[in-house]
Ligand binder design. Structure first.
Ligand code: NAD
Length: 381
């Protein structure tokens, strides 16, 4: 079975999909691995490192894609490249299947089996393949480091002969995987941390990291069966904003990570709320590419509003690209090897398997994913 791994070509991508250690695992399992020349270069692995573990290096991207049985990537493919794939090929990457209707149709047309890593269920068995978590966790870390660097004061308390510096205050909005890592990082740096999330179950997790959970009574919020937040009503969102203002007035850094699965991110900070913040404080918006948590944040930019710096930089895990690539690569090889049939030396698709049922979007000329099909029927996609 031929596994092809092309270079990431998106202009904002600094990460790579597969590192040599994963190729080693795949080759040892019996796969024939073809790597596009230059794949590892952005994070420091030369072609030779892939050759050493048994990969073939290809200079011909089109040929390697058209001959592949499995294609492993990080970003979703270009439409033109889907059309190169042979019928029955398996394509694994982030795919954004709720929004990428045209691409999903192309997989159907091409009879490609498309696996979307963001649809992997958040279950214990799937943890080792969970690319949303591995990348979010690093994003949470990177956001705090970035904010700390931009802030004009230090995070920890410091007692010096010249006086005592009080700890900085960090407010984390959205305490999922990224938010919890942001809390842990800010605590390690010595800040005082407050956090809020609409899912009350995270209160205990926030507290176990040393953060203080901000209580805002929004009435019934709950979460979906998959553990994701439910969208708030406009009235609840107003209550949330009002409740956050007091904490924002004291905060030096605000980190926002609020997301809704399969929908645009909620706006949890409106422009008027920024004016209550101290001059020189910093806000980092992780959701800037999926709708934006902060009114006025701009994807790929740092903007100043009312003397507050709003950081909307894209691809936050890409700021720690080496580790993000290592983690993503491990997620991918764990996924492929979980379903590797040692007798036939092939990736064996089992559409009754819970994990695959969640993340396979198209197969054999059909849209097989019930969540995406339902989304389309409702006219949302
Ligand atoms: P996410 O990226 O979808 O959202 C980030 C956070 O934003 C969530 O905690 C969500 O509740 C919160 N949020 C949404 N709207 C908000 C608002 N208006 N204000 C404040 N916060 C808001 O979430 P995620 O980090 O991907 O985690 C999703 C779920 O998956 C969680 O229940 C998490 O515990 C679970 N999970 C489970 C496993 C596992 O068991 N294997 C692994 C990872 C994540």
């Amino acid at each position: 079975m031929k596994i092809a791994i092309p270079c990431e070509i998106h202009p904002h991508e600094t990460r790579i999909s597969v590192i040599p250690a994963s190729v080693d695992r795949l080759v040892k399992a019996g796969a024939e691995v073809i790597v596009e020349s230059g794949l590892g270069q952005p994070v420091g692995w030369p072609d030779a490192a892939y050759q050493e573990v048994g990969a073939t290096i290809s200079q011909d991207r089109q040929k390697m894609l058209s001959e592949a049985d499995v294609v492993m990537r990080l970003r979703k493919p270009e439409l033109d490249e889907v059309k190169l794939l042979k019928a029955g090929a398996v394509q694994i990457s982030f795919l954004d299947p709720f929004n990428e209707t045209v691409l999903v149709d192309a997989y159907v047309e091409q009879k490609v089996t498309a696996i979307s890593v963001e649809m992997i269920p958040r279950t214990t068995r799937a943890q080792k393949m969970d690319a949303l978590s591995s990348q979010a966790s690093l994003a949470g870390y990177a956001m705090v480091i970035l904010a700390a660097e931009r802030l004009n004061r230090i995070l920890p308390m410091m007692m010096t002969p010249a006086g005592t510096i009080s700890p900085a205050r960090v407010f984390v909005i959205g305490a999922g995987v990224a938010g919890l890592q942001a809390i842990a990082t800010a605590k390690r740096l010595g800040a005082r941390v407050d956090a809020f999330d609409t899912r009350p179950v995270v209160k205990e997790q926030v507290e176990s990291l040393g953060g203080k959970f901000v209580e805002i009574d929004l009435g019934e919020t709950g979460q979906t069966a998959g553990g994701y937040a439910k969208a708030l009503t406009p009235e609840q969102l107003e209550l949330q904003k009002e409740g956050q203002k007091k904490v924002m007035a004291q905060a030096d850094i605000v980190i926002t990570t609020a997301q809704l699965f399969g929908r645009p991110a909620p706006q949890v900070i409106s422009r008027d709320m920024l004016s209550v913040m101290k001059p020189g404080s910093v806000v980092v918006d992780l959701a800037v590419e999926s709708g934006g948590n902060v009114e006025g944040s701009v994807a790929g930019e740092e903007v100043c509003i009312d003397d507050v710096l709003i950081i909307g930089l894209r691809n936050m895990p890409g700021h720690v690209a080496r580790n993000a690539s290592e983690m993503y690569s491990a997620n991918l090889h764990n996924l492929v090897l979980e379903y590797w049939d040692a007798e036939t030396n092939a990736f064996a698709l089992d559409l009754d398997d819970d994990i695959l049922k969640g993340c396979v979007i198209t197969h054999d000329g059909e849209l097989v994913n019930s969540m995406i099909a339902e989304h389309r029927q409702k006219g949302e996609g």
